[in-house]
Ligand binder design. Structure first.
Ligand code: AMP
Length: 141
């Protein structure tokens, strides 16, 4: 069925149709975008790095401060984590606290994790958005 009409895929929203093909294609080649950034093959502004996780400024920031906290291990999404990844998940949350503190977010911040198509995930390598520097609205879109 064509992209412009008829059946549109699982969530039946026109604006997601073109994106459906992009979601999960990014990062599903040999290595993910974030693996290439971690290897310094693609430029990014690093905010934080340790053995398990790293953080970069988002290329399209949605707040005065917006970084992505990413495990070195290319786990596709939160839906794919296993109990063996518990240390990595803890490292992400601990890094978020450290990054917030070092970047003047004492008044608060928000962590967002998009999972899958309905969650709005576009890069298939687990990452948590850390947003701050303004008052966040609720509920999220
Ligand atoms: P999500 O839509 O939750 O999968 O988040 C992916 C995020 O990666 C988006 O906020 C993008 O702006 C961001 N992004 C995509 N490419 C890059 C890049 N090369 N450097 C930094 N951030 C990126």
């Amino acid at each position: 069925m064509g992209e412009q009409g008829g059946k549109r895929g699982p969530c039946n929203r026109a604006e997601t149709t073109k994106r459906d093909r992009e979601v999960y294609l990014v990062g599903m080649t040999d290595r993910t975008l974030f693996q290439k950034i971690h290897a310094r093959e693609i430029p990014a502004r690093f905010v934080y790095e340790d053995d398990l996780v790293f953080a970069i400024h988002d290329i399209d920031p949605k707040a005065p401060f917006h970084c992505l906290i990413i495990p070195v291990k290319p786990i596709p999404s939160l839906a794919a984590v296993t109990p063996e990844d518990a240390e990595i998940l803890a490292a992400i949350l601990l890094a978020s606290r450290k990054i917030a503190k070092e970047n003047g977010l004492a008044q608060g911040w928000r962590i967002v994790n998009n999972v899958g198509l309905h969650g709005g995930q576009t890069v298939a390598h687990l990452h948590f958005h850390l947003l701050g520097g303004r008052h966040m609205g609720w509920p999220p879109g």
